[in-house]
Every structure is written in C-alpha cells, then in structure tokens.
Design a protein around this ligand. Structure first.
Ligand code: RP5
Length: 164
C-alpha cells in the first residue's frame, strides 16, 4: 500500500500503519485530512517486519517536506516509537485495537516513551483525532487551515445544539 492524496501537492502528513490489517482504522485519518484539505501519504511500514524501511522512511521524512507523522500499529506496537527515534518531526501514535488484549498492549507500548523521544498518543483506534491533532499542528503556520478547523468545530457545536 502506498498512496498519496492530491496528486499535485506534496504530502505534509505521513500516515504509516504496521499492517494492511490496520487500514480500515487508519483510513479515518486520511479521510479526515482529505476533508480538511491537508495533503497526506499512506504507507505500510512495520517496526518488526520491515525495520530497515521504517527507519529509512523516518530518516528521510523531513527532507521530503513532511511536517507530521501519524503511525498506527497494534499488538506490541513499536512503530510510532521507532519513527520518533529517527526523525525530529512530531509523531502521533495510534494504538490499534487488535489481538487478544484489544489494543491495551498497543496503547501502553505506544504511550510509554522515554524522555526526549515523545509520541503524542491518541486513544485506541483514535485515528480521526490523530488527523485533527496533525491539522492543529499544521494550522499554527497556516491561517486558512486554522479557519477550516474552526469551521469544523463550529459544525460539531451546531450539531450538538440541534440534537438537544
Ligand atoms: C501489528 O500487528 C500491526 O500493526 C497489526 O495491528 C498487528 C497484526 O498484524 P497482521 O498479523 O494482521 O499483519 O504489527
């Protein structure tokens, strides 16, 4: 799997997942970024099965123009942590709710990073919030994106009030 949204725009967010079996959950991140007009790329990279490729991706990410990386993995999830070790970019981890422990294992192995190598970890299967967090980071330097995020927030507010 290797896809890039908005063919004519360089991706700003890299979305990684440990296995094609994570794709359904992680598509929530790419769908949300697409809705917000943030160009992203989506790839499968595994900390355990393709460690060299994962490290190479992380090492080259900044010079390729990426600004944020979202990494989702299940079970003993080390993908986000390994990526964070090899890039200065902000890394957002998505623990995937897979396996007999239903993502508790992935949550703990993603969130418990040692000082100096942070991974901003969202909820189990929280790929949509990973995208919103990435967009908020990018919006610090992009007023139009900040306006789109504000509009999305206003729509959610209106839906709550209308549903009251
Ligand atoms: C992890 O192991 C992947 O991120 C996935 O969530 C889980 C299971 O992978 P498959 O055995 O389905 O490829 O590395």
């Amino acid at each position: 799997m290797n896809s890039t949204s908005k063919e004519n725009e360089s991706p700003l967010v890299g979305i990684l997942m440990g296995s094609p079996s994570d794709a359904e959950i992680m598509s929530r991140a790419s769908n949300t970024l697409n809705q917000l007009g943030v160009p992203c790329e989506v790839l499968v990279r595994s900390a355990h099965r393709t460690p060299d490729e994962s490290i190479e991706y992380a090492r080259s990410a900044r010079e390729r123009g990426l600004k944020v990386i979202i990494a989702g993995a299940g079970l003993a999830a080390h993908l986000a942590g390994v990526v964070a070790a090899y890039t200065p970019l902000p890394v957002i981890g998505v623990p995937i709710g897979a396996g007999p422990l239903a993502g508790q294992d992935a949550l703990l192995s993603t969130v418990q990073m040692p000082p100096g190598t942070p991974v901003a970890t969202v909820a189990i299967n929280g790929a949509q919030n990973a995208a919103y967090l990435a967009a908020r980071i990018l919006a610090l330097a992009d007023a139009e994106l900040a306006a789109r995020l504000e509009q999305a927030r206003e729509e959610r507010r209106r839906k709550v009030i209308e549903g009251d």
